[in-house]
Design a protein around this ligand. Sequence first.
Ligand code: PMV
Length: 349
Amino acid sequence: MTEQTVIWHCPSNLAIVKYWGKHGNQLPNNASISMTLKESKTITSLSWKRKNREEEPILDSFLFEGNENPAFKQKLEKFLTGLQAEVLSFLKHYTLSIKSRNTFPHSSGIASSASAMGALALCLCSMEKELFEPDMADDIFYRKASYISRLGSGSASRSVYKQWAVWGNHPDFLGSSDDFAIPVYQEVHPVFTTFRNDICIVSEQEKSVSSSAGHQLMVNNVYAPARYQQANARVHELHRALKSGDINTFIAISESEALTLHALMMCSEPSYTLLEPTSLKMISLVQNFRKKSGQPVCFSFDAGPNMHLLYPAEIKDIIKDFLDNEIYPLCVEQRVIKDGIGDGPYREK
Ligand code: PMV
């Protein structure tokens, strides 16, 4: 039996209302909304062959950025074995080869697990579609890819859609679910379809506390119940702002969400801090610039020290001066990754 291959490009995403705290098998404790990026993506190639003997491994080879990576390979084997037991039982008849690479540097503060799990899930769904369900409708295809991505990394569930996605059951969104994300771009105001997201690199160090450990610390965080309520209320507010083009509400939610995420880390037991002094300096520069200039620019942070600078595409020339003069000099090797809202994943072949 000949080998077949599919290749998917899948971007990372940045949550504006954050998911922080989970239960069960990667189920979120509140709903979240994210923008899907454009440039920062993972490109994954999946090849499969039917097994000749049952004992053949589920994962024959794995290359990351062209090199073997035993730690990633082991994680993948575990993930694929779990999928074969539950969601994709046909996998037990196949042996897979996977190659993966990112368009952005490792540890640059971009959620690589979101793009990596998204790309892999899309490849697996294409494999299933090709082998068994050629008529699978697009909405079912992406929902399944989102479901599988979520099992690998919660935030990855949102990466399979273009522009904007919501994950988690929420009364505002018909069909929303804790199991998978759904797209929301259909109703978004034009100003929020071209937003820029410049990622200002403060540190390239590996995070001192992983996201999994961070989610776990929410279990005993005394503020957790109030936080989940706040996040769900903010999903409602942000949804309203995205539809009406209300940038001021967007700015207020984006900044408070980023600070809340890091505040939750700081008041966990044991407590920890991922923001750096330079991150705080950047926060005040952005806020001062906004006050002085009146321009609609704001920040967000993921679980790390690197600042995401967010603004509508039409003010990019005004922001360029601010970036050049005030932000670039603070970045590691003056590095800023220029990104923005993108059109979602696509299949190469
Ligand atoms: O998907 P995970 O388990 O790596 O969690 C990521 C959580 C945040 O990136 C901090 C927020 C989010 O909603 O993406």
